[in-house]
Design a protein around this ligand. Sequence first.
Ligand code: IFM
Length: 459
Amino acid sequence: MVVSADRLPAVTYGVATSSYQIEGAVDVDGRAPSIWDTFSHTPGAVAGGETGDVACDHYHRFEEDLDLLAWLGVDSYRFSIAWPRVLPDGREVEARGLAFYDRLVDGLLARGIRPLATLYHWDLPQVLEDAGGWERREVVDAFARYARVVAEHLGDRVRDWSTLNEPWCSAFLGYDLGVHAPGVRDPRRAVAAAHHLLLAHGRASRVLRETLGAGAQVGIVLNPAPVRPASDAADDRAAVELADGLRNRVWTDPLFRAAYPDDVLAAWDPIADLATLHREGDLQEIAAPVDLLGVNYYTPLYVGARTSGHTGPAPAGPGQDHLVEVPGPAPASALGWSIDASGLFDLLTRLHTDYAVPLAVTETGGAFPDPVRDGGEVDDQDRIAYLDGHLEAFARAGEAGADLRGFYVWTLLDNFEWAEGYAPTFGIVHVDRATLRRTPKASAHWYRALLADRAGAVG
Ligand code: IFM
């Protein structure tokens, strides 16, 4: 063990989940389909044909999950609200959908746990996708209206909000590579989706502030990655700059500098009609004040240039077909993602230096083999080592001056891992797929003990 409780920054600690990955109950209490319902039911889209229809059935078992959170001793719980439960047809408010989040939030507060709500973790109502989805500018007002409905309803009890989770995935995995919902493969549409996601963030964050009043915290969650060259060759080192633009600066420069990076604009100019897409005033709206930047970190991105002889798919994000994403070095998690806690340190210190924004790690964690013993026990020492190393990197970034506010483990429960289905397990609590019985893994006991010690150490 490398991190001790007294070394941990005195910030908020928690765990994170998202609606479609855990709730199930997809046709209950007026909920309508989201793009992920449609996509997961499309043959060949998700490994094993799995869907979020049942997921962890958290919608019906949330009290048990709240008790697990209380047992863990977390300060905060990061969850997302399902847009298609609240505005199933995109227009009329579904009171039963909001009532579920009342029960969840009230249950958290009754247990002394602070809610951190994300408005959008990828479950766009299908009806809005049918009207053009993130590709069309109209979605921006629809998102702002959804933000107002939810904030008016929960804002007296939920004071910490994020607008979007990982717009890189929504725009580039969803509209460029087509491996996430809505399964589109069109770089022009991906460029449009990216812009409208940013604009939706800006418009919704203004609405959240107006609705919530003073003292609320409004932020956004990104999944930036440190970008590293596949080799020392000059072309590979040059590839890093553009890949960094399309993974990181394409989000952070508009958000914190009210400008798209020049290299990104140059890469996109041949793909999309930017003069029509990027309208006057958009960047000022996108660069609304942000109280907290959430950082989801799993692995660095390794890139090379095709001219150096690398072959394979380009990194996600239109405009870099001449680049190749290559696997990072061992060790890797069960999804083949290189494990490298130094990447978290690099990311947090860089974001602090470049943008001077308060930061939280809103997700980190790993999928590991997780052999299950009789009775559901999982001795996941590999996950403990992962979390330990990443907490140490987090502490080091704080010591180096980054303004850190929180750390959330991904994730509470083994759940629906998008296009990968249920096979990769990220939870610190095992969920038996047949019975949905929850059993804390060794990592949950470890995190609980660390949080309890920290409570003693921090006083
Ligand atoms: O499961 C996802 C989550 O929904 C978003 N961030 C990455 C996680 C692991 O892939």
